[in-house]
Design a protein around this ligand. Sequence first.
Ligand code: SF4
Length: 398
Amino acid sequence: MDATQKLNFLISNKNLDSDLRHIAEKVRADQRITFEEGVMLYEKGEVSYLGVLANYIRERKHGNHTYFNRNFHIEPTNVCVYDCKFCSYSRMIKEREEGWEMDVDAMMDVVKKYDNEPVTEVHITGGVVPKQNLAFYAEFFKRCKEHRPELHIKGLTPVEYYYIFKKAKLSHYEGMKYLKECGLDSMPGGGAEIFHPEIREKIAHDKCTADQWLDIHGQAHKLGMHTNATMLYGHIEEFWHRVDHMERLRQLQDKTSGFQTFIPLKFRNKDNQMEHVSEVSVIEDLRNYAIARIYLDNFSHIKAYWAMISRETAQLSLAYGVDDIDGTLDDTTKIYSMAGAEEQIPAMSTKELVQLIKNVGRHPIERDTLYNVVTDYSDYVFEDDTKKKYYSLPVINS
Ligand code: SF4
């Protein structure tokens, strides 16, 4: 059965709860679901039901295509002036000897390491320290563009920008405009956590608020930049807080159309101040991806970070609304491994990523940051697969 037949079959099931049938009919008719219906999906939707709806939407939007990119990260520092309770990565200013702080030359050395590699994106994120200010990032963005103009710079989040712009006495719009002129191309989705103040004040009390986060993205969209959005789920929030989070994103997207991708981030409980909070199950991960796909009707892509949830769960997620599993990474990020992710050395070759996607019957597409197709790998044969292989057999009784 294809995705449409499965949805029709589900709707025709007489035993299906009438509210869930109504939501399934709305999905089939391409109608938006309400806030209350979003909460209902979390409360009543079993994973198999949610998978049918989410996969229908995923295939309606993207068919079998599954995206990845070739990228590397730079994490300029893991020292941070903020104190997020879930963070396993940062060292506070008073513990800065335990962390790292790069200068612009060191960041350029990382960029130069990829000079002969076909990477399309550098993703920059990390902690917040006074030294890495507006002038610091302006210099890095300029030098990076001078060195390799075609490399897309996806850099920092509103958490850093709010701090930097405030220190520089610039409005969000002025700050974003200036950094765009210096070479910044787009913004990743981090720092969103959970927007509702009831939760945000408990887990991330001292960094930018939801309104400030949303405003900085809105200003970037006004300047023609594309950005992503995340949600940190599976800790002390309730289901309605997740829906509230997605509702705020959906409303901004209705106004600006600047978001490309939504990325649910699973809370991990290793080495942080929330170690006592249990992690949610893989089933809950899949339910959450699926509900995100159903709720965020105006977002084009839903991404799963394979480095955070494991390769196997990333494969599964492709049947629950996800159409993008992020990039090759080349072991350049510590954020997930330090939080206890299964992948302690997060790196995959292009061939491995392609195989991972093909193994679950999907169609691998290497994209650039803006989802332009770089290579369609559906019928691609890697060079080393075409070489004749000779195997030496063990010699017995020689
Ligand atoms: S999550 Fe980000 S802002 Fe919060 S402490 Fe960690 S590095 Fe700093």
